[in-house]
Design a binder for this molecule. Structure first.
Ligand SMILES: *Cc1c(COP(=O)(O)O)cnc(C)c1O
Length: 381
């Protein structure tokens, strides 16, 4: 028997639309087929709009968001290069691990999980040495913080460093203006607010970033992620480098079509509205939010677990009884929070109501009773 679909309301993947699933299931085209190349062109143009950039080098890397992270750092860093990384969650820690593997000189600026980075501390660290790269995570999916970027961007620019942003979760859920902000390279994901399947990582490199790659003393150590080779396929030459994941690119094309049809301002507002409703409902239920309103990211809300509530059976109950997936805590927040994602196609008022009712039910089964009627009444959308 067909099981009813699971509502994906965790940190990703997010639900896909029917049109996206249809596109993914279409018969394969060759990766040099003119019809497929037209799709690639459209995807690249759509991604430029979403990143808010005119960068020619804007394309989907084959691989998930972490592959985009790897592609950006592997191209921009050489052994001994100094990189200042803002760490306010698990994905900042991943940037550090990756930069260390590339033998860069890594300077970490940390903030407690659930808080934002202090731009003055970032600026001090950036100004302290000849800094090659500055990297931060925009929407920290491990905590739910949306990092303000302008001051960090300005400090990077003043020091002549390249500014790198992880926008895996924010793309498609917020309006990004990476050219206006002075972002030199960014990487994103498809399975969060774009509501496409996982497996591609949109990236963009500015001319300044590409000039740095061209000035390397050593070749890019990865063949697969080497930007100087990727332009062979994504540029006018259309030469074989590796086989594009055809079905994923087709699905991303359909997802981008939906994002652009909705329009970025409306889509950003929709994410804001459902997040505001969810936060109000959770508080009306008597729960505490990890991140205060001014720095909370709309696409991912972290909720503190009341004392005595066990996270694993709670999530297992939601999965079984309500067919809803939410996320647990990561790193120091493991067992202390649950993470609710309202991303892309999933960012809908009816999902807020369903999640709040399910959570109230699950908590009641562990002896924590809240006012569900008040919580649902707080959903003003
Ligand atoms: C999900 C995520 C990643 C990693 O992406 P994968 O697709 O899991 O490889 C990186 N950064 C952030 C902020 C994320 O949310």
């Amino acid at each position: 028997m067909d099981q009813p679909e699971i509502l994906l309301a965790g940190p990703g993947p997010s639900p896909t639309s029917h049109a996206v699933r249809q596109a993914q299931a279409a018969p394969l085209l060759g990766h040099l087929d003119p019809d497929f190349l037209a799709i690639v062109d459209r995807v690249q143009a759509g991604l430029r709009t979403l990143f808010g950039t005119g960068n020619e080098f804007t394309l989907p890397i084959s691989g998930t968001g972490s592959a985009g992270m790897e592609a950006v750092l592997t191209n921009l860093l050489e052994p001994g290069d100094r990189i200042v990384i803002g760490v306010h969650g698990v994905f900042g820690q991943r940037l550090v691990q990756l930069a260390r593997r590339l033998q860069a000189e890594v300077v970490e600026v940390t903030a407690e999980f659930g808080t934002a980075l202090d731009p003055a501390a970032m600026a001090r660290a950036i100004a302290t040495g000849p800094t090659r790269v500055v990297a931060v995570v925009h929407a920290e999916t491990s905590t739910g913080v949306l990092q303000p970027l302008p001051e960090i961007a300005a400090a990077a620019r003043a020091a002549g460093a390249l500014f790198v942003v992880d926008c895996v979760t924010s793309i498609g859920g917020r309006e990004l203006s990476w050219d206006a902000l002075g972002v030199d390279a960014a990487f994103a994901g498809t399975q969060k607010c774009l509501s496409a399947p996982p497996g591609l990582s949109p990236v963009t490199f500015s001319p300044r970033a590409l000039a740095r790659v061209a000035a390397r003393r050593s070749p890019v150590p990865s063949f697969y992620f080497d930007t100087t080779l990727l332009v062979g396929y994504f540029g006018p030459g259309r030469a074989y480098h590796h086989t594009a994941p055809i079905s994923l690119v087709a699905a991303l094309d359909a997802a981008l079509g939906e994002v652009l049809a909705e329009g970025l301002p409306a889509r950003s507002r929709r994410h804001d509205d459902v997040a505001r409703a969810l936060r109000a409902a959770l508080q009306a239920l008597g729960l505490q939010l990890l991140v205060p309103d001014p720095i909370a990211t709309p696409m991912l809300t972290s909720v503190r677990l009341p004392a005595g509530v066990d996270d694993k059976p709670l999530r297992a109950f939601l999965r079984q009884a309500w067919r809803i997936e939410i996320g647990g805590g990561l790193g120091p927040l493991a067992g202390r929070i649950v993470r609710i994602g309202l991303m892309g196609h999933g960012a809908r008022p009816e999902n807020v109501r369903r999640i709040v009712a399910a959570l109230a039910d699950g908590l009641a089964r562990q002896g924590v009773r809240g006012d569900l009627a008040a919580a649902l009444a707080a959903v003003q959308c």
